[in-house]
Design a protein around this ligand. Structure first.
Ligand code: 0X9
Ligand code: ZN
Length: 448
């Protein structure tokens, strides 16, 4: 088992505690956009703090920590950084871990007044849900012959979850390989929405001008789902200050806890292996049942709807997260490279394309369980049930040092989104036959 490279990866930060009037304001601001849901119940937004925990240096040791329900935000050679609430922190201390609290998220207000429901003034380059929607609509108006949008369902609070299709003759369902790009399962990972918007701009502007883009638009159907967790994203910025929120905004049954970790709620090996938490309120709460969160159900239904005449049309995909600068592939539920449903050749093709993409963006390629075990994740689901070669990218920064953790300044958006241009094109180019990458096209892709 390979150890992760030293000194890299994720974090987050301490959620700002609101009190008194500020808390009331926050609750009001977090109100849903339709009549369906009610104002978030009190107690549903307990704060998390980020802690550094020295000691763990193997995937198994990190999994023991993850199993307490904290999210592991950063993996170092002999330490992890986690997000934990007071209960989880106590549990970890009882288990004998030493926790060192780290500073919270940056305020990025530039001395200006925070504006509700918006990014802090210094981060205005990021898009709120409304701004994202406006930009998507603008692109579709600009490039109507190659882009179309459909609403594939609604979030818990009633926001539209959309899929944008990019292809020539966009209104026709052609018999060509399809690729699914998904973004923003985790609320605080706002850079991923910018990644989706970048791709819309790039494919629109490049069509007819750039040979690789033109070839892919003509020979693929590209599905972009830019925002899987709109409620969480809006909640994270609702007070004008970052809250380090991870999950969606669905109350957990009758309890006061709010939020399911969408990337533990997919219907494959759900809750199987200590890679998620069954405790309401934890950072990696897996939900009451697979697909119990509307957002996961909407996107899973969409993926299943692409099975035509018994054949899944979607061949490959990337699910974008932050941070850590990683290119990962399944399985997350087991440390083994192969398992029932994932052969040596499947693994080799995953690793070969993963390595090529990582060589172009400078990320580290690895099997996702090299970090820690996860179950009920999107990539395990899409491979395990649909045989879609789905990867997980963890974008910038590599570690929490200078990069801003989950909240890098908006000036990095252009650089860090265009950094993945080549990797996305490579996935598209390989998607018609992923096994070509290991010299086995004739065995697996006859006729294609
Ligand atoms: O824990 C997660 O869901 C991902 N990390 S994050 O910091 N963005 O929350 C990593 C998932 C790795 N496992 C799989 N991709 N299966
Ligand atoms: Zn994530």
């Amino acid at each position: 088992m390979r150890l992760p490279r030293e000194g890299r990866r994720r974090t987050h930060a301490r959620t700002t505690r609101t009190a008194g009037l500020a808390a009331l304001l926050a609750l009001a601001l977090a109100a849903p956009v339709t009549a369906r849901a009610t104002v978030s119940p009190p107690g549903g937004d307990e704060t998390t703090t980020q802690y550094e925990i020295p000691g763990p240096s193997t995937p198994a040791a990190r999994t023991v920590i993850a199993a307490t329900g904290v999210s592991i935000d950063e993996v170092r050679e002999h330490a992890v950084v986690v997000s934990a609430d007071a209960t989880e922190a106590k549990r970890l201390r009882t288990l004998g871990y030493k926790l060192k609290a780290l500073p919270g998220p940056p305020s990025r207000t530039n001395g200006l007044k925070a504006k509700p429901f918006d990014f802090p003034p210094a981060d205005s380059g990021y898009h709120t849900y409304a701004e994202m929607t406006a930009e998507i609509d603008q692109r579709i108006a600009q490039y109507p012959s190659i882009m179309s949008k459909r609403v594939i369902g609604k979030s818990y609070e009633g926001r539209d979850i959309v899929a944008i299709k990019i292809s020539d003759n966009v209104t026709t369902d052609k018999d060509v390989p399809e690729v699914l790009l998904t973004f923003h399962q985790h609320a605080r990972e706002h850079l991923t929405v910018e990644m989706a918007l970048y791709l819309l701009r790039e494919f629109g502007a490049g069509y007819g001008k750039d040979a690789r883009i033109t070839a892919m638009v003509n020979s693929r159907e590209i599905w972009i789902v830019p925002d899987l967790n709109p409620d969480g994203g809006e909640y994270d910025i609702a007070t004008g200050r970052y809250r380090s929120w991870r999950k969606n905004r669905q109350p957990s049954g009758s309890s006061l806890s709010v939020g399911t970790d969408l990337n533990r709620n997919w219907n494959y090996k759900w809750g199987c292996c200590g890679g998620s938490s069954g405790s309401k309120g934890t950072e990696t709460y897996r939900g009451s049942a697979p697909e119990s969160s509307p957002e996961v159900k909407v996107v899973a239904d969409f993926a299943r709807s692409r099975v035509i005449n018994g054949k899944q049309q979607i061949k490959a995909g990337i699910d974008f997260h932050t941070y850590g600068e990683l290119v990962m592939w399944p399985f997350g539920w087991t440390y083994n490279a192969t398992a029932p449903g994932l052969t040596q050749d499947d693994h080799a093709a995953y690793a070969a394309v993963g390595a090529k993409m990582a060589a172009s963006n400078g990320y580290t390629p690895e099997q996702s369980s090299d970090l820690y075990l996860t179950d009920g994740t999107i990539d395990d689901y899409l491979w395990g049930t649909q045989k879609i070669f789905d990867f997980t990218f963890e974008m910038y920064p590599g570690d929490s040092g200078a990069g801003g953790g989950f909240y890098p300044p908006d000036k990095v958006i252009d650089r860090e989104t265009s950094r993945n241009r080549d990797a996305v094109l490579q996935l598209l180019e390989n998607s018609d036959c992923m096994y070509r990458s290991i010299g086995k096209a004739s065995r697996y892709c006859a006729g294609s």
